[in-house]
Write a protein that binds this ligand. Structure first.
Ligand code: HEM
Length: 486
């Protein structure tokens, strides 16, 4: 192409650039001149190309798609995007790993993030879940400590098995999630071949004001496919971008990945007497108690054009609700309601919500917030205070979710323990559900990791937690670790 066809290369201010190969010098072979603003602008912009990576889930890939309602759920929620069978809503989904930094390999043993933004006509609804129905801990106050053990050690600069297992062995509530993570589903073969979960319990409420507790499940229509530890180790070395590439190429081929979406529903009044604490993120609701109700189909069918603009700068917040959907008293979720918006303000800036990937697509944001770094002036001369007499937007008077009854005194309380609750019961149930071959791969994977720990007391404490889940589990793990450690 010639300059006549494309227009000239320009500076950021739009002036034509004469030479993009040679900087301006004081004479042939002389020093470079500060008046070469094209050079200075180019170097300065380059130095500022990075924003802080996400403190967790730094490594990820995203795609746009469609959510389609397939069942009538209006008796449970008044959310408009769920109001009619056949109704379609645009979505953006970002998959991720948790512990690795931005350049880390995809094929690792780690939970996968499943962060879904619904661009609904009542504003954006974000469901920021994982590929696992449970999590390691049940109180947000433990999250920074937990993540520090998964990330690089301050002295060695590497991930350390000592730190991982020290924390896990001292936090017995992790036993369920760790059993899940070291089992077959711990390393998905791709982002397309895994399920997604909202993980927490959320509130749905209907037009009549009745409240329900709900859990979301996304079952992959591609079928579950996993990697063994050996397959993953090889792939991570050969193609660190394996999962990101797989997702993009599948969509380019027109093989649009899809998930069948279901919910479990609990009438609000049943929560207090349920056999497990329904707001404890280390527990599932067994399907026998609350069967899956199919409600929709999720399909991904469009790749982002620009990874930085649409994936790196995308923001998802568990606090982004729409009318008819709200939080539960899950202590982890409550902490997350604060953490994400705070992270976005630091990582992307106070006007992050204005970026094309983040702003509402089927609604308009009408706020009185103004200005700040990179404000684009979208509100023009409109009044920036409320109430006002100039026709500005005003409150609806109806909260997005129903009030929740609380009792007692303030305090640093542990989570309520229900009739069948303890830290090990569901880990033991999961272990006993496994086939013999699954059990032995689980034991091998755990033993391989535990054998790297340098201190016997940490190893013994960790094994004791698995023993409490099931005596056979503990016994086999102890023998396998001993065989590796000699
Ligand atoms: C209290 C516990 C937790 C805290 C404080 C926390 C905090 C954070 C923070 C600060 C980020 C980075 C956000 C950003 O920079 O945009 C993040 C990302 C993420 N977290 Fe959490 N997190 C917690 C638990 C969880 C749980 C339980 C799940 C899933 C069930 C989860 C799923 C995710 C996902 C999927 C992302 C990536 C979102 C994206 O793709 O942009 N987190 N978390």
């Amino acid at each position: 192409m010639t300059v006549a066809e494309t227009g000239p290369l320009t500076t950021e201010a739009g002036a034509p650039v004469a030479d993009n190969q040679n900087s301006e010098q004081a004479g042939i072979g002389g020093p470079v001149l500060i008046q070469d603003q094209s050079l200075i602008e180019k170097l300065a912009h380059f130095n500022r190309e990075r924003i802080p990576e996400r403190i967790v889930h730094a490594r990820g890939a995203g795609a746009y798609g469609t959510f389609t309602v397939t069942a009538d759920v209006t008796r449970y929620t008044r959310a408009k995007f769920l109001s009619e069978v056949g109704k379609e809503t645009e979505v953006f989904l970002r998959f991720s790993t948790v512990a690795g930094n931005l350049g880390a390999a995809d094929a690792v043993r780690d939970p996968r993030g499943f962060a879904l933004k619904f661009y609904t006509e009542e504003g954006n609804y974000d469901l920021v879940g994982n590929n696992t129905p449970v999590f390691f801990i049940r109180d947000a106050i433990k999250f920074p400590d937990f993540i520090h053990t998964q990330k690089r050690d301050p002295y060695t600069g590497s991930q350390e098995a000592d730190n991982v297992w020290d924390f896990w062995s001292l936090s017995p509530e992790v036993t369920h999630q760790v059993t899940w993570l070291f089992g077959d589903r711990g390393i998905p073969a791709s982002y397309r071949h895994m399920d997604g979960f909202g993980s927490h319990t959320f509130q749905w409420n209907n037009e009549a004001g009745e409240a329900f507790w709900v859990k979301y499940h996304f079952k992959t229509d591609q079928g579950i496919k996993n990697l063994t530890q050996a397959e993953a180790d090889k792939l991570a070395g050969e193609d660190p971008d394996s999962h990101q590439r797989d997702l993009r190429e599948a969509i380019e081929r027109g093989e649009y990945p899809s998930w069948t979406v279901s919910v479990q529903i609990m009438p609000a009044a049943d929560a207090a007497t349920y056999r497990f604490n329904p707001f404890d993120l280390t527990k599932v609701w067994p399907h026998a108690d609350h069967p899956l109700i199919e409600i929709g189909k999720l399909e991904l069918n469009r790749n982002p054009e620009n990874i930085f603009a649409e994936v790196e700068q995308s923001i998802f917040s568990p606090a982004h609700f729409v009318p008819g959907i709200g939080p539960s008293p899950d202590k982890m979720l409550q902490g997350r309601l604060f953490a994400y918006g705070d992270a976005h303000r630091y990582r992307v800036g106070i006007n992050a919500d204005h970026l094309p990937v983040n702003r509402p697509h089927a609604a308009e944001a009408r706020t009185y917030s103004r200005d700040g770094l990179l404000y684009d002036g979208r509100h023009g001369r409109a009044k920036n205070y409320e109430p006002n007499s100039f026709g500005g937007p005003s409150q609806t008077g109806r909260p997005l979710w129903q009030p929740v009854a609380v009792t007692g005194v303030t305090g640093e309380h542990v989570s309520p323990v229900h009739a069948e609750d303890n830290d090990f019961v569901q880990a033991g149930n999961l272990y006993r559900l496994m086939t013999e071959a699954e059990k032995s791969r689980l034991i091998d994977n755990l033993a391989g990791s535990l054998a790297k720990v340098s201190r016997d007391d940490i190893v013994a404490r960790a094994i004791d937690n698995f023993r409490q889940a099931d005596p056979d589990y503990g016994k086999r793990l102890e023998a396998a670790v001993q065989a590796l450690r000699g």
